[in-house]
Design a protein. Structure first.
Length: 345
């Protein structure tokens, strides 16, 4: 079992060595004209090379997006180095061909050098064929490099799509979990404040029941736009679950975070919502906010719980308000945590 784990942990190294071996074999094949002896050998050789490069590009299962991009950068650097090597080889062959042409010109002036001249002409022709093959290999290698870059971009877009909410087009719960962990680690490392605000649309179920889920989805998208347009560049917003949203405010004090939530609440309250085609009034849509700031030695779950409790307090006060947590420690609560709703991805 240990041997299998050791082998698995070094699979990328084995694939890298295999790729280098295939490149070396390709160069050797071109020099000794193996493709002329074995039909289809060149295509088979590049097929193996493509498999090895593909494995190196994709890497092991379960890699993060950053690890995939880093591995793709290393593959790109390897491919560039090999292409540069092929370019050097082609230049050397070009110089060698010029020297042979010079020798041929000198031999042509000698009347008794006809056999030697024929040999030089044959060498020149062989060198030309080899140079053409090297150019072909270099072009195929460059094409493989571009395909590897395209694959990396596709993986990055797929990763981004997997962290974006399909209804609101902002970050989904997966995005929140990842970003929240990053901001917690940064705050603990730098000592800068970090605040979390949870927002919940008031009586959203009544809107869905009266006007339908299409209208409800439209309101969710518009509220997400208001959130994104009224935060700072370093802040992050995400759909936390159902009609509940999260605002992560790194570097903001509790007072500043509460002021940001209040500004968003006022913008939302001031809008008059109507149905698009008919113009039927939907009425005023409001939201409640709970805000909390990370405390020393506090876990992320504890911060989320405190923000959620303040949101619960805002609902209990009549909704459409912002309730911020106190700066100091609060007594433990016996209130059962509210069930979390998961946003549709």
């Amino acid at each position: 079992m240990n041997a299998l784990l050791l082998l698995r942990s070094h699979m990328n190294t084995l694939y890298a060595l295999g790729t280098v071996f295939l490149v070396a074999l390709a160069l050797s094949a071109l020099q000794i004209s193996i493709p002329n002896v074995i039909p289809g050998f060149e295509l088979l050789l590049f097929g193996w090379l493509g498999v090895a490069l593909g494995r190196l590009t994709l890497g092991a299962d379960g890699c993060t997006n950053g690890e995939t991009a880093d591995r793709s950068d290393r593959i790109d650097a390897i491919l560039k180095s090999v292409a540069k090597l092929l370019q050097t080889q082609a230049s050397d062959h070009e110089a060698y061909s010029e020297r042979l042409n010079g020798a041929n010109s000198r031999l042509s002036q000698q009347m008794d050098a006809s056999p030697v001249r024929d040999i030089v002409l044959a060498l020149i022709e062989d060198n030309r064929h080899m140079r053409n093959k090297l150019d072909h290999v270099r072009n195929q290698l460059e094409e493989s490099r571009l395909q590897a870059l395209q694959l990396r971009n596709n993986l990055e877009r797929a990763e981004e799509a997997g962290m974006r909410d399909s209804v609101t087009q902002i970050g989904n719960r997966r995005f929140f979990d990842t970003s929240f962990a990053e901001e917690l680690a940064r705050s603990r490392r730098t000592g800068d404040p970090f605040c979390l605000a949870l927002a919940d649309l008031d009586r959203f179920k009544l809107v869905n029941d009266r006007f339908g889920h299409l209208v409800g989805d439209r309101l969710l998208r518009l509220f997400a736009e208001i959130l994104a347009q009224n935060v700072r560049g370093q802040d992050r917003v995400a759909r936390f679950g159902g009609e509940e949203f999260a605002l992560m405010l790194p570097g903001a004090s509790l007072k500043d975070a509460a002021a940001a939530a209040e500004r968003i609440r006022q913008v939302l309250e001031a809008k008059q919502w109507t149905l698009g085609p008919t113009g039927e009034p939907v009425g005023t849509i409001t939201a409640s906010f709970g805000v909390a700031q990370l405390r020393p030695n506090e876990t992320g779950d504890e911060l989320i719980q405190r923000a959620d409790e303040r949101l619960y307090d805002a609902k209990a006060k009549g909704r459409n308000c912002v309730v911020a947590d106190t700066a100091g420690p609060t007594p433990p609560t016996t209130r059962a945590p509210r069930p979390r709703r998961v946003a549709n991805n």
